[in-house]
Write a protein that binds this ligand. Sequence first.
Ligand code: PEP
Length: 268
Amino acid sequence: MRMPFVAGNWKMNTTVTEGEQLVLEMIVKLDRIEGVEKVLCPPFVSLIAINMMLQGSSIKLGAQNMYFETAGAYTGEISPLMLRELCEFVILGHSERRGYFGETDEIVNKKVKAALANNLKPILCVGERLEENEAGKTEEVVNRQVMAALNGIEPVVLSRSSERSEETAKNLVIAYEPVWAIGTGKAASGKQVAATIQFIRDVVAKIWNKSIGQDLRILYGGSVTSANIVEFISQPEVDGALVGGASLKAEEFVSIVKQTAEIKGRKK
Ligand code: PEP
């Protein structure tokens, strides 16, 4: 059974004070929702404050990026060692990092390796651009990105304590985020998302094995709101959502998580 998963990517929004306020507005309602892993990914500067606020709750914390070295002369960067004291997850390979900051598949691969080696759980983002989608290259792009990001990673390296595939799959989450759907209000269709996520499971099965491909949690991201979340999570292939803009509104985010719990709970 794959535990449903919803993460909020706040991107470069909220000051520390605003972030604390946002958490205050949702913490009680979010905490009460069972059967979904709930993760907030605020900006780096808010991690300490929000980490303290979330102590004792069922809500987990993630960062939005990190560098692949653990320490050294890398002015302005944040290392996995720094993050792992504060959070459990880290978003890697987001299309805004790839597009605005020149992150290549090779860099994403180094980051995924560094996160796993330092007990951080990557939320690995993949997805095609509009022109690639229109040219029918979605599978080609996603295949390349997943193969490259997981290159040289042994399935057992993903596991801290055992070689069971459930353990392996637990430490990695993939988010399928078509670039043309991010922040545009133009979400993909549930059917297209389900087909691409099944394709990603097949790619993972080829890299590692069928059981990991089946056990791994794979999310959809791209203009998810409380009004359209059902279209995605009612697809059995889709385990949840990576939510950008809508995660900045407490009511919206709580509603997305609640609907995920209801729909996925019903399917058990
Ligand atoms: C994201 O930032 O990962 C994202 C999916 O953004 P939005 O929900 O705003 O499209």
